[in-house]
Ligand binder design. Structure first.
Ligand code: IVH
Length: 672
């Protein structure tokens, strides 16, 4: 077989398996075997890039980040739906249809779930996905092609030989309940904002300018209709048309059914409502559509909604109850989350007595007090939340206060104005933050303790063998040998790695403490500037702000961290356990650069700008952002602009990068 033929064969095999997995929900090979096929194709394409085409399954995430989304005008408008909230509204809908066609004996309807996601249009030409757009205002939507291509459930090619010239597939992109929970868990772990609900998560994921980010989001798709279509005879009814789409490789709801009248619709509604909590995705109702396209056409539409379809919505999953108390939970990163203790109440079939209040800003914004009657919402598997106040308790409303001490470890709570989240400052000590603090401490770029992974840390903490990072250095072979699945060899290795980590650098040590917003680079600058841990520990905010990259917020985090005596104790314990680093020579107090002001401009080729700045500062010079009469030297890299011109106008000395390097060199070696 030629290479080209082999590639073609692998691609169609992969597409076939994607179809069986996602559309038919009946895979015929294991995930591992599928991965194997995919890797084989990737390797072949890497060796023969001349055969790579944009429609290869390997190229779903190929596109570069966009600057913005283009617009796409829908060839057939994307309508919305009229809502019904009661049985009588559904009866009225059915009555209107029958009144219009008194001579037709039976008019079939279809019933399907109403997914809570983002409506999209997929445009195929000759079976190939050409573009994808959001609904937008119904006339014009956003071009989200690169993002949609990353969704494996959406075929890049339709299956079969007898394909339409043009086919607009209408459907819903959504995120399952499981996918949503995983996304939010990851966001919490990374200290990022969580999504309010799966719909927002899906919309946010499709609105990413970088398809690589979208590719990581668990987006799914169901087709629920067609727009423009030409080149092949379409079935004459919705139900058959959906079957056709499925045969072409598009995912269609397995819960699409045909019924004979409004009674069939209402039975379906009841059945789906009962199944709602168990479905893997969120639905906010069901949709009834007249099955026959001719009748649909005849009925037409009013305003933006068709007369031939209606959404029968489920009642809101919101109920009222009393807010009895508020407690604060401390997360792995030290974030304090206010949790409402509620008078128990059933929300969408589940008893709820706790709900999140998110953070203090939200409490203020919603003006929530203890004693209030509040609205509580539960959507699918999502943690219940307090939506807002329904009735203020006139006499006993109690204000909610952020505790000043961590409810877990009694360290101080740090709440910086303008930041939503308040945190426990006892990062090295707080039991709630233990596992996180130890894992960070051991990580490669921190103390680099090889072999200390998350399972082991969880185990050591659970067994009570360690409670702070300092305890790591007191672990013994016999203790480790007691642990399940710990071979003697690995225990030895771990002890050796721990011992090795005792010798480190001040920069690594600072980074490993996990002070908020002190990353590797900031830790390095702090070490360079303060030269000793003791000097850093007593620095106040103005002294800290002298360091490049340390602004008022980072400075406050550092001060709060060392002000917490629990943390200081852990640091002392670490030093007592033998953790040490080479002393850095004291800062220069004499030399010709002391007190001289430099401005750096243009691109430096050998040194990064920050590096040059640090080196100059280490020699006692100041580095300013703009040129003035007080500037002593301007260092002009390539393509220097207005600052260079200003220096020349003011008669300030200008040097190039080579001269700067020479200057740094001569000052370091102590030459005059
Ligand atoms: S049919 C003219 N079917 O609901 C027909 N829509 O409230 C319009 N939706 O924009 C759409 N599930 O995004 C249809 N099974 C379903 C649906 C569905 C969810 C969304 C769709 C539409 C919105 C209207």
């Amino acid at each position: 077989m030629t290479i080209a033929a082999h590639i073609t064969q692998l691609r169609s095999e992969i597409e076939e398996h994607l179809y069986r997995y996602h559309v038919l929900d009946a895979p015929t090979i294991s995930d591992a075997a599928y991965d194997q096929l995919f890797r084989e194709l990737e390797q072949l394409e890497a060796a023969h890039p001349e055969y790579v085409t944009p429609d290869s399954p390997t190229q779903r995430v190929g596109a570069k980040p966009l600057a913005g989304f283009g617009e796409i005008r829908h060839r057939v408008a994307m309508l919305s739906l009229e809502n019904a909230f009661s049985e009588s509204e559904v009866q009225a809908f059915w009555q209107r249809i029958n009144d219009r066609f008194p001579h037709i004996k039976s008019i079939d309807l279809t019933c399907e779930p109403k997914l809570d996601g983002v409506a999209v249009n997929l445009h195929y030409e000759k079976g190939k996905l050409i573009y994808a757009a959001t609904r937008g205002d119904g006339e014009t939507g956003e071009d989200i092609t690169s993002n949609v291509r990353t969704i494996r459930m959406i075929p890049l090619h339709l299956r079969g030989t007898h394909l339409p010239e043009v086919l607009d597939v209408r459907g819903e992109i959504y995120i399952s309940k499981k996918g949503f929970a995983a996304l939010n868990e990851a966001a919490v772990r990374r200290d990022e904002k969580i999504f309010a609900n799966p719909r927002n998560a899906a919309a946010g994921s499709l609105r990413q300018l970088d398809p690589k980010i979208t590719a990581k989001r668990p987006l799914e798709f169901f087709a629920h209709g067609v727009g423009e279509m030409s080149g092949v005879d379409l079935p004459t009814a919705h139900f058959d048309c959906m079957r056709m789409l499925q045969a072409w490789g598009l995912r269609v709801s397995p819960d699409l059914i045909k019924v004979a009248d409004s009674e069939g619709c209402l039975n379906y509604y009841q059945a789906m409502q009962a199944r709602r909590a168990h479905l893997p995705y969120e639905i906010d109702g069901v949709v009834y559509k007249v099955n026959d396209y001719k009748i649909q056409q005849n009925l037409g539409f009013v305003a933006r909604a068709p007369r031939w379809a209606i959404a029968h919505k489920f009642p809101a999953e919101e109920v009222m109850t009393t807010l009895l108390a508020v407690e604060f939970q401390v997360g792995r990163t030290g974030a304090l989350t206010p949790v409402a203790r509620l008078a128990p109440v059933a929300v969408a079939g589940v008893m709820v007595s706790n709900a999140t209040l998110h953070n203090m800003d939200e409490i203020k914004r919603k003006d929530i007090h203890i004693g209030d009657k509040v609205m509580v919402r539960r959507a699918g598997d999502v943690i219940p939340e307090v939506v807002g106040v329904a009735v203020r308790h006139a006499h006993h409303a109690l204000e909610i206060h952020l505790p000043t001490m961590c409810p877990v470890c009694h360290s101080h709570v740090e709440h910086i104005a303008g930041e939503a989240v308040a945190r426990c400052s006892g990062g090295l000590f707080c039991p709630a933050q233990r596992v996180q603090a130890i894992l960070h401490f051991a990580s490669r770029r921190a103390m680099d303790i090889v072999g200390l992974g998350d399972k082991l840390v969880e185990q050591l903490v659970a067994e009570g063998m360690i409670s702070t990072i300092a305890d790591l250095y007191h672990l013994t072979l016999s203790q480790l040998a007691q642990l399940e699945r710990m071979a003697e060899k690995s225990a030895d290795n771990l002890l050796a790695a721990l011992d090795k980590s005792r010798t480190t650098t001040l920069a690594r040590f600072l980074f490993s403490l996990g002070i908020r917003e002190v990353g590797e680079a900031t830790a390095r600058q702090l070490a360079e500037h303060f030269r000793s841990l003791d000097a850093l520990m007593i620095a106040d905010t103005p002294a800290l702000e002298q360091v490049a990259d340390v602004g008022p917020i980072v400075a406050r985090h550092i001060v709060a961290f060392f002000a917490e005596k629990h943390n200081v104790k852990v640091i002392n314990d670490l030093r007592a356990a033998g953790v040490h680093w080479p002393a850095l020579p004291a800062r220069v107090s004499s030399g010709k650069l002391i007190g001289k002001t430099f401005v750096l401009t243009g691109t430096l080729n050998t040194l990064a700008r920050d590096e040059a700045k640090e080196k100059l500062q280490a020699l006692g010079a100041k580095v300013a952002g703009s040129v003035s009469a007080k500037t002593d030297f301007v260092v002009a890299g390539s393509d220097a602009g207005s600052k260079l011109a200003k220096a020349e106008a003011l008669g300030v000395k200008v040097m190039d990068e080579a001269a700067l390097l020479e200057l740094l060199q001569s000052n370091c070696s102590g030459a005059p």
